[in-house]
Design a binder for this molecule. Sequence first.
Ligand code: ADP
Length: 250
Amino acid sequence: MSTGSFEGKAVLVTGGGSGIGQAAARQFAAAGADVLVADVDDAGARSTVESIRSAGGSADHQCADVSDEAQVEALVARAVDRFGGLDCAFNNAGVSAPRTPLAEMSVSEWDRLIRVNLTSVFLCMRAELRHMTAHGGGAIVNTASTAGLRPPPGVGAYAASKHGVVGLTKTAAGEHAGGPVRVNAICPGGTDTPLLRASIGRDADVGARWASRPMSTADDVAAAALWLCSDAARSVSGVALVVDRGAMFA
Ligand code: ADP
């Protein structure tokens, strides 16, 4: 995949303090972008920014909870203010949960997953689309999951939230079809990040499942997100790009 240069582009990465978001923030910066790294974990966001700056890149951090409307509005305004615009947004912040059959799932667990994984993407896209449509266009990539296409048992709230991300992505792509804003999703399978490591650590079944299945690295998944944001993908909008080394069909 060739992603070319992001020189002079302002990029927002949410969940940039860890895992896929951190890898993407570093790759965008290495390709010349000015990157605003947002995360509810401020220490994580700061460490991503430090690593980018020490490699000679341009980045700043913002502590933000992407499930909060006012904080999301302020976040997009900060990106525009800090770097003079917003060309690309990678809406990637998210959480997982222990496996729970639907019959045993609490409403609070359901609400948490939907709010952090799905409502957040609606809030981020709404603010980003308003800016991008008024200022010449842009590219948005949302992090869904293979569980947003073909869920395993026990991840009902997570799967519903990620199916929702795929649906929102396609809706936005259709609303902007033929226009200067493109909207896509990536659907990572097993990715070797703190999120999956935590699931493996607390659930032996998850550990057994991933012992025999291919995993991607955070850099592999980030590279797909960069490609979707790049001019090389200028005709691509509304896709849910699976990045799982074929595991969905294995
Ligand atoms: P992944 O496998 O998706 O990369 P990680 O757990 O490594 O998983 O990264 C997800 C990132 O999203 C973490 O840095 C986490 O702090 C961040 N995050 C989780 N919830 C929120 C939230 N409500 N607002 C902003 N960032 C969040």
